[in-house]
Ligand binder design. Sequence first.
Ligand code: SF4
Length: 835
Amino acid sequence: MGAMLERLGKATDSSLYCSLTAFLHNAMVKKRLLMSEDAIFRLCSDKEDFVFSKLIRKLFFNSLIDFFCRGRCAWYLSFCMRDNVIMYSFQRSEEDETKCLLQLSKEVISEGDGMDVLEQLDHNEEELILAEYESDDEKKVISGLEDDDDDLEEEHVTKIYYCSRTHSQLSQFVREVQKSPFGKDTRLVSLGSRQNLCVNEEVRRLGALQLINDRCMEMQKNKHEKKSDEKMEGKRRRASHAICPFYSYEQMQFLCDEILVEVKDIEQLVALGRETKACPYYGSRYAIPAAQLVVLPYQMLLHEPTRSAAGIKLKDQVVIIDEAHNLIDTITCIHSAEVSGSQLCCAHSQLLQYMERYRKRLKAKNLMYIKQILYLLKQFVAMLGGNVNQNPGYQVVSQTGTVLKSINDFLFQSQIDNINLFKVMQMLSSLFGFVERYGGPATTVKTNKENQKLAGFQNFLLTLKQGSDKEAGTPWTPPVEAENDQLRTASPLMQIEGFLSALTNANQDGRVIVNRQGTVGQSSLKFLLLNPAVYFAKVVEECRAVIIAGGTMQPVADFREQLLSCAGVDPARVVEFSCGHVIPPENILPIILCSGPSNQQLEFTYQTRDLPQMMDETGRILCNLCNVVPGGMVCFFPSYEYEKQVYAHWEKTGLLTRLATKKKIFQEPKKANQVDQVLMEYAKCIKRCSQAGGQMTGALLLSVVGGKMSEGINFSDDLGRCVIMVGMPYPNIKSPELQEKMTWLDKTMPRAAGQAPSRVLIENLCMKAVNQSIGRAIRHQKDFASILLLDHRYARPAVFNKLPQWIRERTQVKPAFGSAFAELRKFHRGKADAL
Ligand code: SF4
């Protein structure tokens, strides 16, 4: 079952939470009865089984939890019973993540001659030799790790997965749970990335998520290697490597228990991890099976490999996706992948030198796959119009532009259609541990002795380059600085693996964008996902119910058609529910303004919006508003370029000076790190004006739809007493990506109410952006604001109906400025008198 929920205000987090708690309680009672019945039945049939059967132990444990779980004492009581269960869970999770690494790095220890050769190698270099590659089939035969997996699995209790877009939104939700009367009775676990949860300072200092992930995995691999080395008892000793002191079974078990005792947000989890010297990243994962409420970011829920690596099981569970207005874009983004020409050349250079150095020691099969990867990289660079043997930064692309290709066409034209990409991907993953891991950490943690040692591979590459520069046809090695930057942001081989993975996961539903710009280094290959429903279908299929919720979900047609319908959900099973707003009707005044003070019709199309009279008319409207609106006014423009153009025009005509007599003017910065400072100054100015009185009544913020201030920022109370939307922010339909999506929609979707699906998409994208922006102003029950939509096209029924219901119901269409201005003055005077 799918549900789409639109609700507003902070109180809605609580209402969402209270209803889901009721669900959890009912599920728990029902399950308790069933389990008790089952346990009694088994007790009667075979008493001995009760003592030894793992199943009964779990049932007994869960029954205890259900009966007594009302506080800390019950949990400590339950700890005595659960060691066995947690042990299984721990072993399984640990193995899941390291299994692959163990498989691929397992060295074939040979006796006799082979051993002698290995012993002659320096320890660091010895580790660079790749283990024999094993295909999936071979792995199954050799491995014993898959055995008993079922036995080790801990049963997941009925739970709700609550996911949202940002870390702060998740924390806000957790705080609501803590405040609620159910907070004490709920077993909640917050999941996050290593970037948020890692407590190893040395690893945290690496900063970039990719580097943190790499280093953590590397440390775990070291831990497993150390264990296996110890077992070898002198057959062959390896240099010991750093392992993470926080990755300890006992400590993490303790942390897991503490997590379930009391609701904690991410910050509290990290503090507890530091205190108990246990890794919160893994500790929180071990708490998933017993948790009733799992709070996690989008990425962990919507991306299947991440989901399974974290031990998340959606079968028969409830999923709530909050702040879901951009869900389609989010899924598309998560599953899209891009590699630049620089990354392709860098990976080719590293791999080629690795192969040349160790050619004689590599197994034949490994050599074959490495050659295939080199060929593939060469062909990809050729598709960008370049050559892997030259510096991509200096290779100028002759034919610039963007071309979209189907997956098949791309594979065929790049002449790699005969390569098994699945096997190549596996090989690439195994190479991360050999080629990549010696690049990342060493570039950033220079004080650490061991990491300096790890720089061996990089140094080795440099010595190769220095030694062979004189030779003709030397492969290009990126300059150290550039390479470091590259590694800071992403490991090239990982990016390439991500791109290949995207290619292999979609055929009809994806396109490759070949983007040739300036130089080969600046050019890129990008996988574009056209049908996000393919990935969403897996979530919908498994779950008991999916709730897609958000403050401003209108227009919802996209969700119905592009996500739910394409994911195969029966329309009869989709429930749509929209709550009214918490504010009284008299606290909001939305107006669609069709013309300005000098009767200029307001229509901001691409053709008309640049006309001086349109920019002048907009300025006049703002000047008038500044006279009647107290505090802060936020004016949204359709793009940065247009905002810049209008600002420059007003500066030239002197209108800016007139505006500045009433309101101090602020502009939205383009850089994210400047947003806070601008907002702070804006808020300070409004406060100062309200306290000091005088001619200056507040501030005017010139902002951009879809920019840094149109989502997630609250202009509550005096920060936003009037929101103005200049024109309609339609997306750029000349963008090749959007054009391809439109063509795909027209081919695959039925027409809705006589409109082509592509047309509906454009309108929906525009109105989603408008709704997000205008929703910034009214944030709580006592808040009030006016909303001014400057464009007569907002009055068209197809557009008008896409406004949120609570705004639509109160919207007035004003053909002339005079009557609109009178309404606005009355509204704000009335509010000022009431204060
Ligand atoms: S195990 Fe945990 S604490 Fe250690 S490096 Fe990995 S994420 Fe950080």
